[in-house]
Design a protein around this ligand. Structure first.
Ligand code: ADP
Length: 414
């Protein structure tokens, strides 16, 4: 293991070490999905559990993490209420559900799972953090996170800890009030820079237990209309089905047992694009690492490249860097013409892309950046390269000009 040299502790678990640990852990997970909802009771946990099982049944290696401090229901949904995870000195082993699916839930830690969960705010936050840091998932294709509902401190910490590469799936019901909540969730994800995979409308219409036909008893389609209005994908709708309640109460998972029903088909339609997206994302990641093909070309003989720095070198989190280096370069002679370091304005969503554009930059090279921030730069006509690994700004730009810039994953260390 590399020697720990943060200079602010004498080893043994300071904040810097823990962040390293969390980042390494998250780096071993190909795709993170955070299941969000504007409020409780809309079926977020049910959707999270069914997505996780559906992905595992499709052969993906999946972790399901339940950090819903208000009512961790994943153990009950998966018939794991009597299980206890194995806890070692510095890691927690998740509970296996199948050969492809491992589960960790705050519910496993409660002395009695019927007990109401009354934890003070900082304790809840600490638990969420510890779960993310200490659960030994190993290499996974997907981590599905059942997040606390709403847009308060708990979902905020969860998303910040997992990082901006986590995709959000927002669950709503068709009623107007739930739709308003979901609007807030969409804004919340945009502000944090987490891409939204899509919206799921749950309890949309009713499946008659006698004939299996679907009837719309509330207005359905609100989730789809909202998705369209907010420019977000609509993943699909799941009908209200008494069998879903029974499967939840009795702890067998719906997608595994009801293959032919309307509801199972609806769940399948939601899981399919997630699997397809995984394929596309993997392709995109391969492209990012194949240097020559992925670097965007910036037109013009002279370019200005913005690079977030700390201590004169690339820093991984562009939003909280000390200074931005603006490197001017001649693209024909492939020469660096000058470097200027400027202090950015305080970090607020949308401020940096505007400021960087005002400095005349036409390219940003960063270590990590959320999809939302990337699209804000693109809107300003600034191209973005993410996944740069470190070094002095002029060396990075020279490598870019020579098409030798090595890129890794879009990792943010904030
Ligand atoms: P949340 O995680 O948003 O609080 P849950 O997943 O715990 O919500 O679901 C709340 C209740 O609604 C549970 O009793 C669950 O069985 C039920 N439920 C969820 N989705 C459906 C559905 N499509 N049809 C019928 N009942 C559902």
């Amino acid at each position: 293991m590399a020697e720990h040299k943060c200079g602010s502790c004498s080893g043994g678990g300071c904040a810097t070490q823990k962040e390293d640990k969390l980042q390494k852990k998250m780096g071993r997970i190909k795709h993170k999905l955070v299941i969000l909802s504007g409020k409780g009771g809309v079926g977020k946990s049910t959707v999270a559990a069914n997505i996780a099982v559906g992905l595992a049944m499709a052969g993906q290696k999946v972790g399901l993490l339940d950090v819903d401090v208000h009512g961790p229901s994943i153990p009950r949904l998966l018939s794991l209420s009597n299980e206890k995870p194995h806890i070692e000195k510095d890691y927690i082993e998740p509970v296996p559900w199948s050969k492809n699916l491992w589960v960790m839930s705050l519910g496993f830690m409660l002395p009695d799972n019927k007990e109401a969960v009354i934890w003070r705010g900082p304790v809840k936050m600490g638990l969420i953090k510890q779960f993310l840091e200490d659960v030994a998932w190993g290499d996974l294709d997907f981590l599905v996170v059942d997040c606390p509902p709403g847009t308060g401190d708990e979902p905020l910490s969860t998303l910040q800890l997992i990082g901006p590469s986590a995709y959000a799936v927002i669950v709503t019901t068709p009623q107007g009030v739930a739709i308003d909540d979901v609007r807030r969730s969409v804004t919340f994800c945009h502000q944090l820079g987490n891409p939204i995979l899509g919206i799921v409308e749950n309890m949309s219409g009713f499946v008659c237990p006698k004939c299996g036909e679907r009837v719309d008893i509330f207005n359905s389609g609100g989730g789809e209309a909202l998705a369209r209005e907010m420019g977000v994908n609509f993943l699909g709708s799941i009908p209200m089905d008494p069998e879903v309640v029974r499967s939840g109460d009795e702890g067998y998972i719906y997608v595994k047992t009801h293959h032919e029903s309307e509801t199972a088909r609806a769940l399948g339609r939601i899981i399919k694009p997630i699997l397809e997206l995984a394929g596309t994302l993997q392709e995109e990641q391969k492209d990012v690492s194949s240097v020559e093909s992925s670097l965007p070309e910036v037109e013009g003989k002279e370019i200005k490249v913005a690079i977030p720095t700390a201590g004169g070198e690339l820093c991984m989190h562009f939003g909280h860097c000390e200074k931005f280096a603006f490197v001017t370069a001649d693209t024909e002679k492939k020469e660096i013409l000058g470097v200027e370091f400027l202090t950015p304005p305080p970090h607020e969503p949308g401020v940096l892309p505007k400021w960087v554009s005002e400095q005349g930059a036409n390219l940003v090279i960063a270590g990590g950046m959320g999809a939302r921030a990337q699209s804000l730069f693109t809107e300003q006509g600034i191209k973005v390269v993410v996944g740069a690994k470190g070094g002095k700004p002029e060396e990075i730009v020279k490598a870019y000009l020579d098409k030798k810039l090595e890129l890794g994953q879009n990792v943010c260390d904030h």
